[in-house]
Design a protein around this ligand. Structure first.
Ligand code: CA
Length: 356
């Protein structure tokens, strides 16, 4: 009798054990880390990863938790790509053009000078083949990339003096990243990229003479106008798309429903950052004349714009030589822009032109 009871007990504890293992697998909690290029108070950039992580945690009822580490924590503002690729971080939030030196094929997924506007570029990403090309460019690195929030058209930057000719640009030291930096270098500027947290000090100390950052919503808070009051309209970053990076192996280990929650939260938070930035810039611009009367709004003269366009076209030819994937991406963007721009002209452009 005693023996029989003991056997029964063993059997039931086995069954219970199996059941609890199955429950653990279904509800396993995933704790991820995300590294971003931005500082903890750099709105709205920091809001895209922060909102994404919050949405993911709520939608998954706590099953996927993502800790967001700002640049002051990991101390590597431009090391996001390497840290996600190497697996030190599961995710990143940054901008694809920051590592053009590591893989040139990743350059065009942020923005290109004289390129598409934000609605055109989003249409290209999601309906014009852009996502497939971005996947192809990041595949050799074991990294997945998703749009992570757009700044819309950026301002051309802050200068200490007025720019009346190409000659005035020569010899200036300027912070300007991406392909636009190469265009400016061809026009005789010394070009550098500097992490967001060091921009003001670099301008103040004269390490640089001029810089571009984003647009009024973000720029004015930085105080650049106190040193370099000539504020030029944009040409170089018409639709800067930030990005989420995900380590592919880690992504593949997530159950399907968490993958879906993550992808949805990235897309929603990207859209939210786009409109948050629009709101910030609209508000800042409307206050500029009364609050900051010393800011001088300028547009580069035709001579300068023509020289930029010429340098841009020549550099594109040089850069795509022996770079078939880069050429494929740029050709795709160019063809899409040609198609979409006709509609932009007929819709938004004509509407604005007739109603301003
Ligand atoms: Ca910029």
């Amino acid at each position: 009798m005693l023996k029989k009871t003991a056997k029964l007990l063993v059997t039931s504890s086995l069954v219970l054990g199996l059941a609890s293992t199955a429950a653990t697998a279904a509800e396993k909690v995933y704790k991820w880390k995300l590294a971003t290029t931005w500082g903890p108070t750099l709105h709205p950039f920091i809001d895209a990863p922060t909102n994404m992580a919050k949405m993911v945690e709520e939608m998954s009822d706590g099953q996927l938790q993502i800790r967001v580490d700002a640049s002051n924590k990991h101390k590597s503002a431009f090391g996001i790509f390497d840290m996600v690729k190497g697996g030190q971080y599961d995710m990143g939030h940054s901008a694809s053009y920051y590592w053009k030196g590591k893989d040139i094929n990743t350059l065009p997924f942020t923005t290109m000078p004289f390129g598409m506007t934000a609605p055109e570029q989003y249409a290209w990403f999601y309906y014009g083949g852009g996502m497939d090309l971005m996947k192809k460019a990041y595949a050799p690195h074991g990294v997945l990339s998703y749009p992570g929030g757009n700044t819309g058209n950026q301002m051309g930057g802050w200068f200490r003096k007025e720019i009346n000719s190409v000659e005035d640009l020569k010899g200036l030291k300027m912070r300007i990243p991406g392909f636009a930096g190469e265009v400016m270098a061809k026009l005789g500027l010394t070009v550098t990229n500097i992490a967001p947290g060091e921009l003001y000090t670099s301008l103040e100390r004269g390490t640089i003479d001029a810089l571009e950052w984003v647009g009024p919503g973000m720029d004015i808070k930085m105080g650049f106008h106190k040193i370099a009051p000539f504020y030029y309209t944009g040409w170089h970053e018409p639709a800067t798309e930030l990005q989420f990076l995900v380590n592919e192996k880690k992504f593949n280990k997530l159950p399907k429903h968490l993958q879906s929650i993550l992808v949805t939260a990235m897309r929603v938070s990207a859209y939210d950052m786009y409109i948050e930035n629009y709101d910030m810039s609209g508000t800042a611009w409307s206050q500029m004349e009364s609050e900051y009367p010393n800011i001088k709004i300028k547009t580069f003269p035709k001579e300068v714009m023509d020289a930029m366009k010429k340098a841009n076209d020549e550099l594109l030819v040089e850069m795509t030589k022996d770079q078939p994937l880069l050429k494929e991406v740029l050709d795709s963007q160019k063809a899409y822009m040609k198609k979409a721009r006709k509609w932009t002209e007929m819709s938004d452009y004509l509407f604005l032109k007739d109603n301003l």
